[in-house]
Design a binder for this molecule. Sequence first.
Ligand SMILES: Nc1ncnc2c1ncn2[C@@H]1O[C@H](COP(=O)(O)OP(=O)(O)OP(=O)(O)O)[C@@H](O)[C@H]1O
Ligand SMILES: [Mg+2]
Length: 246
Amino acid sequence: MSELRFDSVSLQYGSLRAVDDVSLTVPSGQVVGLVGESGSGKSSLAAAAVGLVPPTAGRILLDGADIHRLRHRKLQMVFQDPYSSLDPRMSIGESIAEAMPRGTDKRAEVARLLELVNLDPSRATSLPARLSGGQRQRVALARALAGRPEVIIADEITSALDVSVQGAVLNLVRDLQRQLGLSMLFISHNLAVVRYVSDRIAVMRSGRIVEEGTAERVLTDPQHSYTRELLAAAPSRHTSLWEDAS
Ligand SMILES: Nc1ncnc2c1ncn2[C@@H]1O[C@H](COP(=O)(O)OP(=O)(O)OP(=O)(O)O)[C@@H](O)[C@H]1O
Ligand SMILES: [Mg+2]
């Protein structure tokens, strides 16, 4: 499908360099987990990829083409807060339909997408206020998928949710990614969450990628002391909540 590549990207807010010379590839059809403490620059990197904030240096490429020249639908983002990401005055069906390409049979496609994220299609007429946080994140995923993207950037999409529903949303993300062959940059400050969905893991600190590799390698043989700190702080694979939820 599609490869997303950051090529020596830097991003500055005034004198603060939030992203510092980052090179990172999300290979086609794979999930790259981006982990790092609060303020390390993860969301800034994502914002640059979707064109919300222009990078001050470097290039961002989708299948080799500069992202700024492309129609943005190919790359969709899902945000942390399911309460602010949906328009409270629009039914969830309308919110999803709004993101569809012209000429789509909207009613049928809304029903298909709701089923895809395990929501009853009869929910299409509900307002977001009627939904739980977990259900809203499912709608946000359906809305992102409505644009038929090739790459999804998911930024802390389970962080605002009750622990009890995080596992189900993570399972859904993993299933959808595999089923649709999506390439995904999956961002979280929580290594336990990242390792549940990722093929590869990149570790970010103070605007830089300090370590990157297959999830297996980074988790079993971390090279950077900061990665070892994160690993020590995360619950082990065997006691992880999400293993039980699957
Ligand atoms: N719009 C902005 N204007 C000025 N500074 C910003 C802005 N957005 C982020 N920053 C700063 O840039 C740095 C990186 O922030 P960013 O939100 O990218 O980190 P993050 O890794 O996503 O953190 P978190 O885990 O808390 O979401 C921080 O020092 C932050 O305070
Ligand atoms: Mg962030």
